[in-house]
Design a protein around this ligand. Structure first.
Ligand SMILES: [Zn+2]
Length: 102
């Protein structure tokens, strides 16, 4: 059983939460100037990394608030949890950026 710590409610069972999608997806500043391919890339294309990844989760059976989770998708280990609008911890970013160099 995976335990997830909601930033507002504390530690709860995974079944109370819903995975949303990859975190920190930036909406194009001028969507009308995007090509169809660029817009489709923004809407649909995700990294789906095997390893450390930044994700959005919601506490759907609790406070219903969204937050960010840094999770290793291979081991299911949660590396960090942080609120919306915050940046991922530096040690997590170093781990993710280190993995990209391989
Ligand atoms: Zn909550």
């Amino acid at each position: 059983m995976l335990l997830i710590t909601c930033p507002w409610c504390g530690e709860r069972e995974e079944s109370e939460f819903s995975y949303g999608h990859e975190a920190h997806i930036k909406r194009p500043e001028n969507p009308e100037q995007c090509s169809d391919a660029e817009w489709a890339d923004y809407l649909f294309m995700r990294k789906n990394i095997k390893g450390p990844q930044l994700e959005r989760w919601a506490h759907t059976a609790g406070c219903r608030r969204w937050f960010n989770v840094a999770r290793n998708t291979h081991s299911n280990e949660i590396l960090a949890i942080y609120k919306m609008g915050e940046q991922a911890p530096k040690d997590v970013m170093a781990l993710i950026n280190g993995d990209k160099k391989r």
